[in-house]
Design a protein around this ligand. Structure first.
Ligand SMILES: O=P(O)(O)OC[C@H]1O[C@](O)(CO)[C@@H](O)[C@@H]1O
Length: 388
């Protein structure tokens, strides 16, 4: 067993985590502020948040705040009074989204209760010409052999994670850079084996829009071909990390598919029917927005995932939560760091933060020789890792 390295903090100027707190979060506050006709109270609360998240310390949630008990369980008291930059990065990032939702009145009571501050960005992406093109491409795919379709949809789902909206706010060139390189780890053969004839597939979604659409297409394909009997799609219980998918985003994506026409509409109808007969269910567990690694998941979620044939975790944040957001040496075995997970697990992720495990020494050396450490955070590399 490898020695356990320290968790990532955001206290090193020039590091990626530091830039997220010092630059990305203020940029997100600005974008949200411009996207809605908020009133003076909300603007004042956003000003306070901006000041607090860049220069202040963690302050407790008010006694009557919704979800306060959860945050107490998740370690709020031990962080109170400490700088956002000196506590685990995973924790301070989640806290930022919680406090942002508070500032705009998301948790209510009041007229802004339940209004997703990121919805305009998500909808714009769903309605973009790029989404049109991706959906139109399904017409050509329909004539290809089933295996080829499955492979294309798997890679669509993987690369759909490439540039989430939060990432693009601070790294607008990410998508234009570099042709798609080879995967840095590719356990897709093991993934195919696990998926073939699976009873229950849990897919833990990441982003809405151009990531969720291919996730849904993959699920539709697996269900329609009878490769998996049922699928459970885990989404976030509230808006999170800008583009993370909630139930409302699944509904938007399904509507988008069904009105697209052509093969896309067929997938949409398949999913709609699967929701109706229970082959596809949604889950929005509160732990989906917890500032903690999956190793700390509560017993009910552990039991649920233990019952799945396979759990597929999408995206960078889920990867960080799966392996523990630590400074692992990149060659640390993936099976070792995911041994805590209650059943077979796969990660489909483009690389957008420093954390990485499961590389061969040769792969790590080649990446470093070509790019220094940029490959870790640039969003231009991806992986499929499986622990059966
Ligand atoms: O949408 P994803 O793939 O989980 O990525 C989330 C992004 O946010 C971060 O947590 C940084 O804010 C990175 O891990 C990543 O760039």
């Amino acid at each position: 067993m490898s020695a356990i390295p320290p968790v990532l903090l955001s206290d090193e100027p020039g590091s990626f985590p530091y830039s997220v707190l010092a630059e990305r979060h203020p940029a997100i506050v600005g974008q949200v502020r411009e996207a809605f006709p908020y009133g003076p109270d909300q603007h004042r609360a956003l000003d306070t948040l901006l000041e607090n998240c860049t220069k202040g310390v963690i302050e407790p949630l008010p006694a009557d705040a919704p979800g306060r008990d959860l945050w107490t369980d998740w370690g709020m008291d031990e962080h109170i009074g400490r700088s956002w930059f000196d506590i685990p990065w995973l924790w301070s990032e989640s806290w930022f989204y919680r406090r942002l939702l508070d500032a705009v009145g998301y948790f209510g009571p009041g007229p802004w209760q339940g209004v997703d501050p990121f919805r305009p960005f998500k909808l714009a992406e769903l309605e973009s010409p790029e989404t049109d093109e991706e959906l139109a491409a399904l017409d050509d795919l329909a004539d290809r052999p089933a295996e080829e379709q499955a492979e294309a949809l798997l890679h669509g789902s993987l690369w759909g994670n490439r540039a989430d909206l939060g990432f693009r706010l601070s790294d607008g060139d990410a998508e234009a850079r570099a042709a798609v390189p080879a995967l840095v780890a590719d356990d897709s053969a093991a993934l195919r084996t696990l998926l073939d004839g699976a009873d229950t597939l849990c897919l833990v979604a990441d982003n809405a829009g151009r990531e969720l659409v291919p996730d849904l297409l993959l699920i539709a394909h697996l269900l329609a071909r009878g490769r998996v009997r049922r699928a459970v799609l885990h989404v976030k219980s509230h808006p999170y990390y800008v583009s993370d998918a909630t139930t409302a985003d699944v509904v938007d994506a399904l509507r988008r598919l069904t009105r697209a026409g052509g093969a896309a509409a067929g997938y949409g109808r398949e999913l709609w029917a699967a929701m109706a007969d229970g082959r596809l269910t949604l889950r929005a567990h509160p732990f989906s927005c917890a500032p903690l690694p999956y190793e700390a998941m509560p017993d009910d979620l552990r039991a649920e995932l233990a019952g799945a044939t396979l759990t597929v975790l999408k995206g960078d944040l889920n990867y960080r939560r799966l392996v523990g957001d630590r400074r692992w040496p990149p060659t640390t075995p993936f099976a070792e760091v995911t041994a805590h997970f209650p059943g077979p697990v796969a990660a489909l992720r483009t690389l957008k933060s420093d954390v990485i495990t499961g590389l061969t020494p040769a792969t790590e050396a080649a990446l470093v020789a070509a790019e220094g450490q940029r490959w870790r955070t640039g969003g231009t590399h991806a992986l499929i890792q499986v622990r059966p």
